[in-house]
Design a protein around this ligand. Structure first.
Ligand code: FES
Ligand code: FES
Length: 166
């Protein structure tokens, strides 16, 4: 099957990749680009584990076509924080004990980044509503919501700022 050369801006860097029209964004990231931080589970846009940001908006990369990211900004978990300095949301997850097996964590972190970029001071209910497409099979929802509100407080105090805009 023929491949299409596309040029997304991936984690801030212009990237060129050749993909088949049917290749999902998750496959493109994991197989073609080696970015395995994006986790795939249901493959049916139900669980949110594969969430990445396209132009600052959360999408399920298991059902989003890779070719549709041509010319767009794509942010994956590899583009959030560094090994030496975690992003404010990642740090809040660690501090709150919001990571158990960790499989859902990349998707949650990116969804929370999108939430805080558009609403830096969410209520518990707003956070729950925004994250209702992300499932944690370890059921650590209390800790995850604690982390969301803690990250929001830190951002408001100017300790850190979200990098993505929505
Ligand atoms: S793997 Fe994409 S939503 Fe579940
Ligand atoms: S920490 Fe295990 S699925 Fe969420």
């Amino acid at each position: 099957m023929s491949r299409h050369v596309i040029r997304p801006v991936l984690n801030g860097s212009e990237t060129e990749v050749a993909v088949e029209a049917r290749t999902t964004l998750a496959e493109m990231l994991r197989t073609e680009l080696g970015l395995t931080g994006t986790k795939v589970s249901c493959q049916a846009q139900i669980c949110g584990s594969c969430t990445v940001l396209v132009d600052g908006r959360p999408v399920s990369s298991c059902t989003y076509l890779g070719v549709d990211t041509d010319g767009r900004e794509v942010t994956t978990i590899e583009g959030i924080g560094t090994d030496d300095e975690l992003d404010v949301v990642q740090k809040a997850f660690v501090d709150a004990g919001a990571i158990q097996c960790g499989y859902c964590t990349p998707g949650f972190v990116l969804a929370v980044k999108a939430l805080l970029a558009r609403n830096p001071d969410p209520s518990m209910e707003q956070a729950k509503h925004f994250l209702d497409g992300n499932i944690c099979r370890c059921t650590g929802y209390e800790q995850i919501l604690t982390a969301v509100l803690a990250a929001a407080r830190k951002i408001q105090q100017g300790t850190n700022t979200p990098e993505v805009t929505a």
